[in-house]
Design a protein around this ligand. Structure first.
Ligand SMILES: Nc1ncnc2c1ncn2[C@@H]1O[C@H](COP(=O)(O)OP(=O)(O)OP(=O)(O)O)[C@@H](O)[C@H]1O
Ligand SMILES: [Mg+2]
Length: 267
């Protein structure tokens, strides 16, 4: 995942003869494109903040297409490779129509969609958890997947995520949402923001507690951008009573994982 963070910062040209895979993660807050090699090592990534998906549903179809197209062109430029085939994520539990919407978004952006994978299954391609729970705290929602022998046996997705934290910060300090969003992601400010957002993180932790309650879960792994907030893993551990750890580079786990379902792009 360190490679993914580096790839996101400065995507490099990729040799023309190297088979590569493209993954697209359409999120509430961020849309992320990741290029990996055949083994799943991230080589290049691009992301942007875009309000095109709400609660897992594409509500701005044209906007979403444009965002994915721009990211594709940006990555093609940086890597020198054509990115015309790939796999896309969907939130767990979306219906068939919304499922198709995600596929059509990337196809409208010039990417032939060869697989549609739910977000947790995608994340677990990187995490490789056999038994336990994966919690994805994104921008709009908190998803929880229970894994037994490597299979997802239960999956929930409930509203409450990073956007709610930003709204609370905006309200508490009387600042615009965008300003709150900027302050929130600065690690050095998070310690002092924690008391303000603690009730919202506790609400997230309650969603997790209810989701794991009836399952034999010893260990929770957290992914998604909001999982990185200072103290979030401790709050989830306290409320659920289960050992909880944060995956490295939590925002990139799902986008890197979905690429593993894509078909190879060769020149
Ligand atoms: N370092 C950080 N600390 C806290 N929050 C962060 C950090 N980095 C990103 N975020 C927040 O994480 C959220 C985005 O995470 P992510 O990309 O996992 O969500 P998403 O996939 O767009 O949303 P969803 O999964 O709900 O559809 C945003 O609310 C963003 O402000
Ligand atoms: Mg997400």
């Amino acid at each position: 995942m360190k490679a993914a963070a580096k790839a996101l910062k400065s995507p490099q040209p990729i040799p023309a003869d190297l088979p590569i895979k493209l993954g697209v993660d359409l999120g509430t807050a961020f849309t992320v494109l990741v290029v990996t090699d055949e083994a799943g090592t991230p080589l290049a990534a691009a992301h942007t903040f875009a309000d095109v998906v709400r609660d897992g549903v594409v509500w701005d179809f044209a906007g979403a297409q444009q965002v994915v197209r721009n990211l594709r062109l940006q990555l093609e430029e940086a890597t020198g490779r054509e990115l015309t085939r790939g796999a896309v994520t969907i939130p767990p539990g979306v219906n068939a129509a919304d499922h198709r919407a995600h596929r059509y978004v990337i196809e409208g952006a010039g990417i032939d969609c060869t697989a549609v994978i739910d977000e947790t299954t995608a994340a677990n391609a990187v995490l490789g958890i056999r038994n336990g729970a994966v919690v994805d705290i994104g921008g709009g929602t908190t998803g929880v997947a229970i894994l037994r022998d490597g299979e997802v046996i239960a999956n929930i997705d409930e509203p409450t995520g990073g956007t709610h934290l930003s709204l609370v910060i905006a309200g508490a300090f009387g600042i615009p949402f965008e300003e709150a969003e900027k302050r929130k992601v600065k690690p050095r400010l998070q310690r002092e923001l924690l008391p303000v957002v603690r009730p919202t993180l506790e609400k997230v932790a309650t969603i997790v507690r209810d989701a794991v309650r009836d399952h034999d879960v010893d260990h929770i792994t957290m992914v998604g951008g909001t999982a990185a907030f200072f103290g979030a893993a401790d709050i989830v551990a306290d409320v659920t009573g289960r050992r909880t750890t944060l995956a490295p580079h939590p925002m990139l786990v799902t986008p890197v994982g979905v690429a593993s379902w894509a078909e190879n792009l060769t020149r």
